[in-house]
Design a protein around this ligand. Sequence first.
Ligand code: ADP
Ligand code: MG
Length: 422
Amino acid sequence: MAEVTRRIGLSLGADLCWPICFEEILKRLNLAIPFAGDTLRFEVERVTIEPFDLRQPVRYDVVLDRLTHWYHTSREWIKKAVVMDDLYVLNNPWSIQANEKHTSYAAMMRLGLPVPDTWLLPPKEYEPTADLQVTLDRYAKLFDLADVGAAVGYPQFIKPFDGGAWVGVSKISNQKELLEAYDGSGKRIMHLQKAVDPFDLFVRAVGVGPQVHLMKYDPAAPLHDRYKVAFDFVDAEEWQTMANMCLTINAFFGWDFNSCEALRQNGVFFPIDFANACPDSQVTSLHYHFPWLVKAKLKWALFVAATKRKMRKNLDWEPFCEIAATDAPFAEKLSRYARIAHQRFESDRFVEFCATHLAHIDEVTWEFFGTSAAKEAVRRKVEALFPAHEVEQFTEHFWGLIQFWRRTEAEYLKASRERPRE
Ligand SMILES: Nc1ncnc2c1ncn2[C@@H]1O[C@H](COP(=O)(O)OP(=O)(O)O)[C@@H](O)[C@H]1O
Ligand SMILES: [Mg+2]
């Protein structure tokens, strides 16, 4: 029986807190997993940025990537590593590059998800290019923006077709505001989307492989207080609907790690932003929910690295489209999409793997989040984002919420231990 090391790479930018926690918990797990005749050990390393030979082999079995969407040297290294060396990466770089928010709306509409009515507008201004004028003269139809605004209906949102981080997003209540917002949109291609207004609940579902966590969200709160510490804000059926929508879109686009936003109106969840394939992972926004995310990433990375799970390089949308084309009611279609997602994410095998090889991860994570090393990770992130005079106060704030997580987690673990086995 050989001892084999599996390597997890972290491709990072401004991330500070979760990598420290990820590395520390992995160390404390002290894993030696018997697998396929070998004993697996695990190491985690931070991926560096440097010139690379396309034929140079890759050290990693899995890379958790946080740069692809904006730092293209890393993206191109990852692409070569997937094509040439079978690297498994969260997330599929081609799918992030090509499938922006716009494609995710189209996909969800095709699958029958109730995306609010959405129109795409040609941009207000252009970068001058050789063929631009002749193309516009010949084919750009003059349009009356007021007609499009009326067709979408007020209130509505104007937002970039490929947006993120709320950049360029405005709520529009009438024609005058629409004309002003479009005039100010410059060279961006914008969507007009009917507002879900009013809504009685804003939910974010974050998915990591087959794992889904639901959070109540308040978009109007200050940044550090948008994710709520709330329980029982959805019933079991609603939880399943949101989880299934999240898993469906993640499997459809090959995103192992994504956050999905939906607004509830009259009991229906309307997806408004399901294309966040590099979701917020910082303790300064996630606070109470942060330990869940760190643990979920670690479990999925370990599963992928240990089993040498193969990355799906081509997306294969057909099985989803075949279900979409049936006459089945939406609820049934959604469970069938979710079944494909579970197959693609190997949910059963993952659960079994965690039960067999990572049985102590809950305890180890719980203990770690009570240590000074964990508190230091929180402090470092706070120092990076807050003015000096607020560092102490906000470190204690986020730390307090993590300690509250430890209380609820301890109760949950106790209850799980006492629950009779089926
Ligand atoms: N159709 C909509 N109905 C209601 N609120 C919306 C709608 N679209 C966007 N919003 C609000 O604007 C915010 C930013 O829009 P979103 O599509 O999530 O863009 P981004 O990709 O920049 O996060 C959302 O979190 C939500 O608060
Ligand atoms: Mg959003």
